[in-house]
Write a protein that binds this ligand. Structure first.
Ligand SMILES: *Cc1c(COP(=O)(O)O)cnc(C)c1O
Length: 422
């Protein structure tokens, strides 16, 4: 039998770090990655023959579970008709109509192939539309790996951007202004200083890339007012929250309409799809309608569109509230177990998302998230994996439940957590 360990050694010779996306290498939890042979429902099977209940779900896309029969059927039927044309097909219109119908602020939408492409294109459009250069982003929010978004704060100069990685010119991130998540005053200060230059504020309407962090009361409303008052666009990055916080995303749930929205993950039903959309007058600036260029050889791919459409159709009829209730019960039970163990935790959750932060007290921004004990998380992660439960291999990520998880899956998770020694 092939083993994960052997595959990882082989992979490292030909793929940087042995992986095609860094966090998969499990470096921050100090173990080697498991190679997956197959998946079904909420379960992964590794090449080592182990079966795990999964709470990563491909980082969010698999809200309906792995290999859902209707999504599989739709995608394979589409594949038989041709996997890419480079010319329009009807599925693209159906997909656009379904997305616009669901997401309150969208009049038009453009399909791309990833969340990164969606946010990158939305920012270009916001800059083109406003004729301004600067973008406000929040610490601990992730918007894919386009240059403009790879900025982190230098110590003591919270609003001065330095690149978070080599390869990004300082001039590029000089246009990126940073503010702490949930800190409206900091955003006000940025507008006071740069009002005429800010093209957009981009925000995860529920932060999902520093673990799950909810928007504080009034935060999103405040961003809506500030951007409107200063002629800047508000971009909701709903790549995680879209079709997860509700069928219409975070904006539907919280009742706030951004100017532009980015989507990804769930809308592809497990295939590579991203999308950005919003108000008609803004979207009509995109080529060939307008002058802001954006294109893609595989954009609106018929197989991905078929999988996405089947996904949306199933989700439209799904009972989100029941899944949210099950997830809330799970986090209540987790909380009791950690209390019995005498381990300090703060558990944030909403809809089918939760994060256990190993620390006292509330987690409301990147600063408080980073204070969690990552070493303890690594111990927790490694033991749970041995006990047949797969969590994200990083302390600062979300756990995802899905419509495919059963009570038995939750019980298995809880009994594994009871056994963990922390
Ligand atoms: C995952 C993610 C992205 C990037 O999407 P990719 O498909 O990985 O490029 C962007 N924004 C948010 C909020 C995400 O969670």
């Amino acid at each position: 039998m092939i083993h994960s360990k052997q595959l990882f050694e082989r992979a490292k010779k030909v793929i940087p770090g042995g992986v095609n996306s860094p966090v998969r290498a499990c470096l921050s939890v100090g173990v080697d990655p498991l190679f997956i042979a197959s998946a079904k429902g909420a379960h992964l099977r590794t090449v080592d023959g182990a079966e795990l209940v999964d709470f990563v779900m491909s980082w969010g896309p698999m809200l309906l579970g792995y290999v859902h029969p209707e999504i599989h059927e739709a995608a394979t039927q589409a594949a038989l008709r041709g996997t890419s044309f480079g010319a329009p097909c009807e599925a693209e219109i159906q997909m656009a109509e379904a997305v616009i119908d669901a997401v309150p602020s969208m009049d038009m939408v453009r399909m791309v192939n990833s969340g990164t492409e969606a946010t990158m294109s939305a920012l270009r459009l916001a800059r083109g539309f406003t004729g301004r250069s600067k973008v406000v982003k929040f610490e601990g929010n992730y918007h894919g790996h386009a240059d403009s978004f790879l900025a982190s704060a230098g110590s003591g100069v919270a609003t001065l951007s330095i690149p978070g990685t080599p390869g990004v010119p300082a001039e590029t991130v000089a246009h990126t202004l940073l503010a702490p998540y949930n800190d409206l005053e900091a955003v006000k200060a940025l507008f006071a200083q740069h009002a005429q230059d800010i093209a957009a504020v981009i925000v995860e309407p529920m932060a999902g890339n520093m673990g799950c962090v909810l928007p504080a009361e009034g935060f999103l409303e405040g961003l809506r007012q500030l951007t409107r008052a200063h002629g800047a666009l508000l971009i909701f990055d709903e790549v995680i929250t879209g079709f997860r916080l509700s069928y219409g995303g975070a904006q539907k749930r919280f009742g706030i309409n951004p100017d532009l929205t980015t989507l990804g993950k769930i809308i592809g039903g497990g295939y590579p799809v991203g999308a950005y959309g919003g108000r008609r007058e803004i979207m009509e600036r995109i080529a060939p309608c307008g002058d802001v260029y954006q294109a893609g050889t595989l954009s609106g791919n018929p197989v991905a569109m078929a999988a996405g459409l089947a996904t949306l159709k199933l989700l439209k009829a799904a009972d989100y509230q029941a899944l949210e209730d099950r997830t809330a019960r799970l986090t209540d039970d987790l909380s009791s177990i950690f209390q019995e163990k005498g381990v300090a935790t703060a558990i944030n959750h909403i809809a089918s998302i939760f994060t256990v932060f190993f620390k006292e007290g509330p987690v409301t921004d990147f600063e408080s998230a980073k204070a969690a004990d990552a070493g303890l998380y690594a111990t927790y992660y490694a033991q749970l994996r041995e006990l047949g439960v797969n969590l994200a291999p990083s302390a600062f990520e979300c756990a995802f439940t899905s419509f495919a998880h059963t009570e038995q899956d939750y019980d298995q998770f809880l009994s594994a957590v009871r056994k963990v020694k922390l």
